[in-house]
Write a protein that binds this ligand. Structure first.
Ligand code: PLP
Length: 342
């Protein structure tokens, strides 16, 4: 009997349209490492959605996309300014520091979002050899707290970065959910907002694996083909990542999957908010619901439904909806929570 939980959109399976695309790509021999017609078609789709002037490279995973995208635009005496809660800080085992050699400068946030006022005081010692030099502002869109930067907020960060000799990197593992939440296109939420380098995620939105690194200024990608290979993220059977991205972008599956996941999170958040023992802690803007549930109930809940406690100190849990979450899943889960916390 299949079972769906709310632990992570990474825990979901693969969307049937993606599986179909993988199967269709599994036909005969093609040249490896991206010199194949499916990769060419997928790149066309990226250009359609993100703009013609981009350089796009496929990699195996999200950590690899972030680390190599950052490596391409930084020198090791420069900084990566990010939220304390950022995936690059919390969940990448020090890979960004290890592979870029750069110092992460952490900014505390309550909602996962960086603001210019918080970054201004960090820009001291410019040109002084004793100090690391500001290099990149890295934000997650959507953030790790399920929140979303508005287009204006991103634009403000991009302008501030550019005015101060920095670049804006976006971890877009859940960019689809953010774009749907804002009601904008992928291009509007990135190129038009002034983003320089983007990790575009597919895995959390129905793909089996594979992410893309997109440079909105091709010059920034000048050495990327070497960086990707040296960084062990050059897939030989590239056509299978390309086929997945083609399926995700060509039929607007990215939008359908993210719209559904976001809507399911809205319903889940709304239902949980009705329980007096449960307190929703973040606005539900994408496919994540953050809630404080009294500690004493967590083991009983986790026995039946696996999910992560996000902040042990305050007993805050993270519940994620996926492209395949159903209203029935939510009804069953909320019923169980209601019974447990009574
Ligand atoms: C915000 C964010 N960025 C990047 C990633 C990519 O991680 P991975 O290396 O596991 O694909 C994740 C996955 O959980 C994520 O949540």
């Amino acid at each position: 009997m299949s079972k769906r939980s709310f632990a992570s959109d990474n825990n979901a399976g693969v969307h049937p349209e993606i599986l179909k695309a993988i199967k269709a790509a599994n036909d005969g021999h093609v040249i490896a490492y991206g010199n194949d017609p499916i990769t060419a078609r997928a790149i066309k789709q990226f250009q359609k959605h993100f703009g013609n002037d981009i350089a796009v490279y496929f990699v195996f995973g999200g950590t690899g996309a972030n680390v190599l995208g950052l490596k391409a635009i930084l020198k090791s005496h420069q900084t990566i300014i990010c939220a304390e809660t950022a995936h690059v800080n919390v969940d990448e085992c020090g890979a960004p520091e290890n592979y870029t050699g750069c110092k992460l400068v952490l900014v505390p946030t309550t909602d996962g979002k960086l603001r210019v006022e918080q970054i201004k005081p960090l820009l001291y010692g410019i040109g002084v050899e004793h100090h690391v030099q500001p290099g990149v502002i890295s934000v997650s869109q959507a953030t790790e707290m399920g929140t979303v930067y508005t287009k204006k907020e991103l634009k403000t960060l991009a302008s501030f970065a550019h005015d101060n000799g920095m670049l804006l990197h976006v971890d877009g593992a859940r960019l689809a959910n953010a774009a749907v939440s804002l009601g904008v296109s992928l291009r509007e939420s990135t190129a038009e907002a002034g983003v320089d380098v983007l990790s575009f995620g597919g895995t959390k939105n129905g793909m089996m694996y594979g992410e893309a690194v997109i440079f909105f200024d091709r010059e920034l990608a000048a050495d990327f083909k070497y960086i990707r290979k040296q960084g062990m993220q050059l897939p030989s059977k590239m056509r299978f990542i390309a086929a997945q991205f083609e399926a995700l972008l060509a039929g607007n599956l990215w939008r359908r999957g993210a719209t559904h996941a976001n809507r399911m999170a809205q319903i889940l958040g709304g239902e949980l908010a009705k329980l007096s023992q449960v307190k929703i802690t973040q606005p539900v803007e994408t496919n994540g619901v953050f809630a404080v549930i009294p500690r004493k109930y967590i083991p009983a809940l986790q026995k039946k439904y696996f999910f992560y406690v996000w902040d042990e100190e305050i007993s805050e849990v993270r519940l994620m909806a996926s492209f395949d979450t159903t209203e029935e899943d939510i009804r069953d889960f909320v019923k169980f929570v209601r019974k447990t916390v009574k």
